[in-house]
Design a binder for this molecule. Structure first.
Ligand SMILES: Cc1ncc(COP(=O)(O)O)c(C=O)c1O
Length: 388
């Protein structure tokens, strides 16, 4: 075995992949598993998008393209973000990547030196603190609390800001809690970032999966566009997790550095996949509306079901497709609860601490699955809890 670079030991993985793997092993042994761990829509990619991808392959989009993305997709994204966020965006401010995730990695590499600090909401997407640590920086968690409706408070952020804070990583609508920042929240946080010269990486991959209120982007706050890396993608909105297509909208200077990092890693994003992305943004949007309406139906169903489980409770999430369930009454560590639910009840879930230390006492349940599966999952958990 080679001697690995020290940085590798600072990286961590996403627990969801481990749970999925274990669930698949149990299924291969003939066990029936209800999947409530998965963070991807269970619907197929809309047909017109699949068709556009296939056509692009037949039309010869099979070669390398520009590192920052095909001009036609950069234009479509600039138009889409311009319209949905109410700002002017030029194609040079857009960088297309294989999934949204590389933008998180590129941001850490581009902006964090050793000893710098990155503030992020905890619980949050597991990769945030991992990439900051990989870059040699210090990840600084800000707790987001159930009693604040799982929304990051400006004063809690301010308390953690130091002269070394370079980046704030924030996500709305929020994985794993379904919390959504209001305009006032975004304005208050943006004000601090602008005063202190902190760049905000605004993860908006769930921007279209919103059940109430409005989605407010950091980039839309006057003066903030120059301080923002807006991250969005196609995985969740258009059921395209396996296609790998995402993007950043940011300043031209940051976009140039991201292009350089792209040349040094992926070279470019698959050309035919990008053409499918053009069809997604410029084609009919009723597929997105239908998906969100179905998630909404499931959301109401599962919230009621979870609140009837002994020892479990949860808030009504306002966006994304997750519940962050309070299981403190069960008095069990959440890793043990996750394992026992999978082994003994046949239900795959995620333990809250996979999303950070402040996730202790919580389980993430994804409702990106059918009502029938949700019903069966609830039935199994209820039976298991009664046997405790
Ligand atoms: C909050 C958040 N950001 C980013 C991503 C990455 O998405 P992509 O599939 O576009 O890389 C995910 C995926 O689960 C996510 O939940």
């Amino acid at each position: 075995m080679p001697e690995f670079a020290a940085r590798v030991s600072r990286a961590r993985t996403e627990g969801a992949f481990g749970v999925l793997e274990k669930a698949a092993r149990l299924e291969a042994q003939g066990r029936s598993i209800v999947h409530l761990e998965i963070g991807q829509p269970d619907f197929p990619t809309p047909e017109h998008i699949v068709e556009a991808g296939c056509k692009a392959l037949r039309d010869g989009y099979t070669r390398y393209g520009p590192a920052g993305g095909l001009p036609v997709l950069r234009e479509a994204i600039a138009e889409h973000i311009g319209e949905t966020r109410g700002i002017d965006v030029s194609p040079e401010e857009v960088v297309v990547t294989p999934g949204a995730k590389p933008i998180i990695f590129f941001s850490a590499l581009a902006l964090l030196d050793e000893g710098d600090e990155m503030v992020y909401a905890d619980p949050g997407f597991p990769i945030y603190d991992s990439v900051a640590a990989l870059a040699g920086a210090t990840p600084v968690p800000v707790p987001i609390r159930e009693e604040n409706d799982f929304v990051l408070r400006a004063e809690d952020f301010l308390e953690r800001v130091t002269p070394r804070t370079k980046l704030l990583l924030i996500n709305t609508p929020h994985n794993p809690t379904g919390g959504v920042l209001s305009r006032e929240d975004v304005e208050a946080i943006a004000q601090i970032a602008m005063e202190r010269g902190i760049t905000v990486l605004s993860d908006e991959v769930y921007s279209r999966i919103l059940y109430e209120g409005e989605h407010v982007s950091f980039a839309s706050i006057p003066g903030m566009k120059a301080h923002t890396i807006l991250l969005d993608g196609f995985s969740k909105t258009y059921c395209m997790t396996g296609w790998r297509l995402g993007y950043a909208v940011t300043t031209r200077e940051i976009a140039k550095v991201f292009e350089l990092l792209q040349v040094n890693s992926n070279s470019c994003t698959a050309s035919a996949v990008q053409m499918a992305g053009v069809a997604a943004l410029r084609g009919p949007q009723d597929c997105v509306d239908r998906m969100v309406a179905e998630f909404d139906r499931r959301r109401r169903f599962i919230v009621e079901g979870v609140n009837n489980l002994p020892g479990w409770s949860c808030r009504m999430p306002r966006g994304a497709f997750y519940l962050f369930c309070n299981v403190k009454q069960l008095g069990m560590e959440v890793v043990e609860l996750r394992d026992r639910l999978l082994d003994e009840a046949g239900v795959a879930t995620m333990h809250g601490t996979d999303f950070g230390v402040f996730g202790e006492g919580y389980m993430r349940v994804s409702y990106a699955t059918s009502i029938e599966q949700l019903e069966e999952g609830l039935r199994r958990i209820a039976e298991w809890c009664e046997r405790l």
